[in-house]
Design a binder for this molecule. Structure first.
Ligand code: PHB
Length: 373
């Protein structure tokens, strides 16, 4: 035990059980979805993924890494999928390992849209997007970083097929014994590309007005909820994040509409990346995201740059219901126990974040292990 106990831990309810949909979570701490790029051939999750997630099962909830819903939805080398039976079987090992340790795990459903590269697509196809606008930046391919290309704008006739990809993936996630799913509508990927006006220049029913730009998200939510029931579905948004070269001329109005439109479903939670994804919490042209916390009728999960102090303060002032931790979870499998006892945290090794094998994935020590050795 540490010599001194943090004042935060004595008066916080972060470590108390709480309800999420049908689930009694053991605490309010969530493992954020984290891309680790260790999947095997055919987008099958890593054979170390069960161990990796089971090590982190004391989180109140784990949200597994962003997982492509189709070959077309893939945008990075070595990310896993949820569109084949073989992938479902591999994910079953992950969910069983987490459940055996008393944990809960959701899967994040991902279509990257334009944040891809022909070398990651079937037959070198162009990535798809709401509009043919090339993102600034580079794609992480099997041959290293390569500049993004101009994507192909989806025909309106293709959109039901995209929605069907989400429905099928949601069904596969159910077959893989996940506890729920999170629709990834953040960080400049396909759904976010439809939401925001820097990337959506369509003139049909999916572009122009805020209502039209929100249409794809709502259609996707509808079919995913039909598979899972609303109380086991979350949605993740990043309203002011510039991640993946995205922006909107009026994010406060757009995302207020989004949240009010989502209210009708009665979702398990709304997951909000506060600020720039993985970066500063305050951004230029931002707005007070507490507007969304107040508008949303349900559990609000906050993410981005939280530590014990900020998380305790957020709970104290009721700014969030659940707090998701990303980078801290990579390096600290027993993050809940460490925060609870104010123990030191393992530092993150940036070199092993993406790709590779066990090192930097399943070999970060727990407190117990560090003390034994
Ligand atoms: C990443 O690989 O850096 C990444 C993936 C998914 C996200 C954000 C970042 O939503």
């Amino acid at each position: 035990m540490p010599d001194s106990i943090a004042p935060e831990m004595t008066d916080t309810d972060l470590f108390q059980p709480t309800q999420l949909g049908p689930y009694r979570l053991t605490n309010r701490i969530v493992m954020a979805p984290l891309t680790r790029s260790r999947a095997q051939k055919d987008d099958i999750p890593s054979n170390l993924a069960a161990e990796y997630y089971a090590q982190r099962a004391s989180a109140g909830l784990i949200i597994a890494e962003a997982t492509q819903i189709s070959p077309q939805g893939k945008g990075y080398a070595y990310t896993p999928g949820i569109y084949t039976r073989a992938q479902v079987q591999a994910w079953q090992k992950v969910t069983a390992a987490v459940h055996a340790k008393g944990g809960r795990i959701f899967l994040q459903l991902w279509h990257v849209g334009r944040i891809s590269h022909p070398s990651l697509q079937v037959n070198g196809a162009l990535p798809v997007a709401p509009s043919a606008i090339r993102p600034e930046g580079q794609a992480f391919t099997e041959d290293g970083f390569q500049p993004f290309v101009t994507p192909r704008a989806l025909e309106i006739e293709e959109i039901p097929g995209i929605v069907e990809q989400y429905r099928q993936a949601a069904q596969y996630a159910l077959d893989a014994d996940f506890d729920g799913v999170e629709i990834h509508a953040a960080n400049g990927y396909l759904i976010d590309q439809f939401l925001r006006d820097k990337t959506n220049r369509r003139t049909d029913a999916y572009g122009g007005s805020i209502q039209n730009r929100t249409r794809l998200l709502l259609e996707v939510t509808e079919v995913v909820v039909a598979v899972w029931g609303a109380d086991r579905v979350g949605v993740r948004i990043a309203p002011i994040s510039p991640a993946n070269d995205i922006a909107d001329s009026d994010p406060a109005t757009l995302f207020s509409y989004v949240v009010e439109a989502l209210n009708r479903f009665g979702l398990a939670y709304l997951h909000v990346v506060e600020g720039a994804t993985g970066g500063p919490r305050e951004v230029e042209h931002g707005f007070d995201l507490q507007i969304l916390r107040r508008l949303f009728k349900g559990i609000y999960m906050a993410n981005n740059g939280y530590d014990l102090k900020l998380a305790s303060e957020a709970r104290k002032h009721n700014l969030a219901d659940l707090i998701a931790f990303g980078k801290l979870y990579i390096a600290n499998p027993d993050l809940v126990e460490r925060l609870h006892t104010n123990a030191p945290l393992n530092p993150l090794d940036p070199a092993t974040l993406y790709g590779g094998g066990a090192h930097g994935y399943v070999d970060y020590p727990s407190l117990e292990k560090a003390q034994r050795e």
